[in-house]
Design a binder for this molecule. Structure first.
Ligand SMILES: Cc1cc2nc3c(=O)[nH]c(=O)nc-3n(C[C@H](O)[C@H](O)[C@H](O)COP(=O)(O)OP(=O)(O)OC[C@H]3O[C@@H](n4cnc5c(N)ncnc54)[C@H](O)[C@@H]3O)c2cc1C
Length: 404
């Protein structure tokens, strides 16, 4: 350490999402000099509905950003299972989940983290890495300004690839092997500007049919998040037409009925939305030499796990802790970081299939199982036993993996 508490070491952090900002913040806290590069022209806002579980809450608290991230959880949050005819049955509320995850917008988390970054942290927008070459003493990264085309090669002590599911850092540093595994599902998500007609602000809905589902997630102080999720046999075909056409095709050919039709229209009219295929990232190792992957770039848990944001924050926090603990021994720090994160992430990855079934049943059989499970959970006695089983599984979502 130098006299001002700085280590004099520079890290390049690629990607200004939750994982990248959390990592840069933590690195700066432990005396590193992070440089953030982001492909987009500026920071995004809004996003979609996110649940922040105990893992993320614990790390956000230690990073000093929990209050700034806030909490939009609706009091008395109620979920309704609905059908196309508008019939309603009681559903399972996220508020009833062990640990009571916080209901947030993705932008709330990014903004809370971003606001805590000291002003002297350098951020370069419209900038992407084109080449990564490392030796024992450092990493040379060629960075290109996408606006001007100008490229510059700079040396860093560490490179963090937090550039999402389709990571460029992963391709440059880990080779051409395919680490992205399609689930053969698509998602379309947005945030509404008004509550759904016929539903109070604190009420959400789920319409789950074989191979497709639509959800609205309520907030205390904002109109709900809207999410379509559906199975596909041909991901390329889904991207070949306008998103709303793909979503409509997935929910056809049966008549939509008034409720589903209104949700489809609301999606069609949304000024901002996300439409994407769902993939897991599975890798035998997340670091190679002085390059380490973080968040979706390393382990994309998909929306079904509900742990992408939490694990990105915790992963970033823990990396800083390990770098601090191991001083000049970078390989030891990265090994220790990966050894702690891997069992935790492995467990989350193993539960994605059962979580996906809960979100969107694949076929009639899964739909019946899902309906049966929801009924059992409401039955006195059995419901309590089921909750206990779930609580065990949920413990992993609330594990403080980055605790010192
Ligand atoms: C609909 C939906 C619901 C979700 N719900 C939840 C939930 O309830 N709970 C939860 O914990 N998680 C949830 N998730 C997952 C969570 O949102 C993600 O795991 C998390 O936001 C990923 O953050 P990240 O920083 O790793 O990646 P990203 O958010 O993908 O950020 C990557 C950043 O890198 C930039 N970038 C990409 N390529 C380059 C490049 N070559 N050079 C420079 N910059 C680049 C991108 O522009 C972006 O800013 C949900 C996801 C979706 C889609």
């Amino acid at each position: 350490m130098t006299h001002n508490g700085r280590t004099g070491r520079r890290a390049l952090v690629v990607g200004l999402g939750i994982a990248g900002i959390a990592t840069a913040l933590r690195l700066r806290q432990v005396g590193w000099e992070p440089v953030l590069v982001e492909r987009a022209a500026g920071r995004r806002s809004g996003g979609y509905f996110i649940m922040l579980f105990g893992t993320g809450v614990a790390s956000a608290r230690r990073l000093g950003v929990l209050d700034a991230i806030g909490d939009r959880s609706a009091a008395n949050l109620t979920m309704h299972e609905v059908d196309r005819a508008g019939r309603r049955r009681p559903g399972m509320s996220p508020a009833a989940l062990p640990g009571r995850p916080r209901q947030l917008l993705r932008g709330d988390i990014e903004q809370g983290l971003f606001a805590a970054l000291p002003d002297d942290v350098e951020i370069r927008y419209r900038t992407v890495p084109d080449a990564i070459v490392q030796d024992d003493a450092g990493v040379d990264v060629t960075l290109r300004d996408t606006a001007t085309g100008a490229a510059v090669t700079e040396r860093f002590d560490l490179v963090v690839g937090a550039d999402g599911m389709r990571s460029t850092v992963r391709a440059l540093a880990f080779g051409p092997q395919e680490y992205l595994h399609p689930l053969n599902y698509m998602i379309a998500a947005t945030v509404l500007d008004e509550p759904v007609e016929g539903f109070a602000r604190h009420e959400g809905l789920v319409l789950a049919e074989p191979g497709r589902s639509v959800w609205t997630f309520p907030f205390a102080d904002h109109a709900p998040g809207l999410l379509f999720s559906y199975r596909t046999a041909d991901i390329d075909a889904e991207f070949a037409r306008p998103p709303v056409a793909s979503v409509r095709a997935a929910f056809g050919p049966e008549p939509a009925g008034p409720l589903l039709e209104s949700l489809l229209r609301r999606f069609e009219q949304a000024p901002e939305f996300l439409f994407d295929s769902v993939h897991q990232v599975r890798m035998p190792r997340w670091h190679r030499g002085r390059v380490v992957l973080m968040g979706d770039a390393a382990w994309c848990l998909t929306l079904y796990s509900g742990m992408g944001a939490s694990s990105g924050i915790a992963g970033g926090e823990l990396l800083g802790t390990m770098l601090q603990r191991h001083g000049d021994d970078l390989p030891a720090a990265l090994d220790a970081w990966e050894a702690r994160m891997r069992p935790f992430i492995g467990h989350q990855q193993d539960t994605i299939l059962s979580m996906r079934r809960l979100f969107t049943p694949d076929d009639r059989r899964e739909q019946l199982l899902r309906t049966g499970m929801l009924r059992l959970m409401r039955a006195p006695g059995i419901g309590r036993a089921m909750s206990k089983i779930m609580a065990k599984d949920m413990q992993a979502k609330n594990l403080d993996v980055a605790a010192a």
